[in-house]
Design a protein around this ligand. Structure first.
Ligand code: AMP
Length: 283
């Protein structure tokens, strides 16, 4: 297994990418904040199928964390991440410093209306401004032909597709399905925060979503009833604090009252200090 190369400077990343492009090679990017799990690795596999050169970015982006959120304690293990990247055939890991991505006086941000202030955006003000800004900056640094994201972060995925369309980024977007633990819990770097007791309780998120999906498949289309089933499954956990349970259309990411088009059921809940999100398709 060949060790993965690392690049820390934007200018070096751009030069590397232009060199590969000049040879007619396709470059795919997988953005991550590291502490890789099987969900990230599934995206690396998808990228490998899409391109001659796979770049994984590894950057814990401060601008997408609000005050009092877990930026400082976000789990980090660069050595392990580099080994996993090599195992999955990543050609280069782009791992810039914060100063490199946000030089002194960096004042330009990518923003969006409506959807950035709902759901995750309501509970994490400024989060999507930070996400869209870093994704745009990574696109300009890596200049990929394709970029791969997880459907686990459904609102993020929707907003990135919208940004790419609105700003005409010439990048093919690819999404990968949510990878789960055998009991259904969606993999997340934040699962490491969970105590054993909260780890057990957190399964209620995916259990509730699956109940709603099964009911929908049997013909229930009333969003209020579907939401109630999800809510109840989570609320019966002694330490669960629900931020939201919502059903949105996949086209506009807006809440629906009837599930008559492809929709997503979305949840966010806290177990102690750990905030988790999950979603399932209602098609
Ligand atoms: P993060 O490191 O949390 O910023 O995530 C990097 C990428 O991995 C994002 O596109 C996420 O949507 C994706 N991702 C996170 N968890 C999962 C999962 N369980 N299954 C598939 N993709 C995931």
């Amino acid at each position: 297994m060949k060790p993965t190369g690392t690049i820390t400077r934007v200018a070096d990343m751009q030069a590397w990418s232009e060199e590969k492009r000049a040879c007619g090679q396709r470059v795919a990017l997988v953005p991550t904040m590291g502490y890789l799990h099987a969900g990230h690795c599934s995206l690396l596999k998808l990228a490998r199928q899409q391109a001659d050169q796979v770049v994984m970015s590894l950057f814990v982006n401060p601008t997408q964390f609000g005050p009092g959120e877990d930026y400082a304690r976000y789990p980090r293990d660069t050595e392990r991440d580099l080994n996993l990247a090599a195992e999955y055939g990543v050609d280069v890991v782009f791992m810039p410093s914060t100063e490199e991505m946000y030089p002194d006086g960096s004042i330009h941000f990518v923003d969006a209306s409506d959807v950035v202030d709902t759901l995750e955006g309501e509970y994490r003000p400024g989060h999507f401004r930070g996400v869209l800004t870093i994704v745009a900056k990574l696109f300009l640094a890596v200049h990929p032909h394709a970029a791969v994201f997880g459907e686990k972060d459904a609102q993020q995925w929707w907003l990135i597709q919208k940004m790419v369309k609105d700003l005409n980024f010439p990048i093919k977007l690819i999404s990968g399905p949510t990878i789960r633990e055998p009991d259904g819990l969606a993999l997340s770097s934040r699962n490491t925060y969970l105590s054993p007791e909260h780890r057990k309780q957190a399964v209620a998120l995916s259990r509730g979503l699956k109940v709603a999906q099964a009911l929908h498949q049997k013909g229930e289309s009333n969003a209020y009833i579907l939401r109630q089933h999800i809510w109840d499954a989570i609320a019966e956990q002694p330490d669960a604090q629900i931020d939201y349970v919502e059903i949105v259309s996949q086209s506009h990411f807006a809440p629906v009252t009837l599930v008559q088009e492809p929709c997503l059921a979305l949840v966010a809940a806290r177990f102690g200090q750990t905030r988790l999100i999950d979603n399932i398709a209602l098609n």
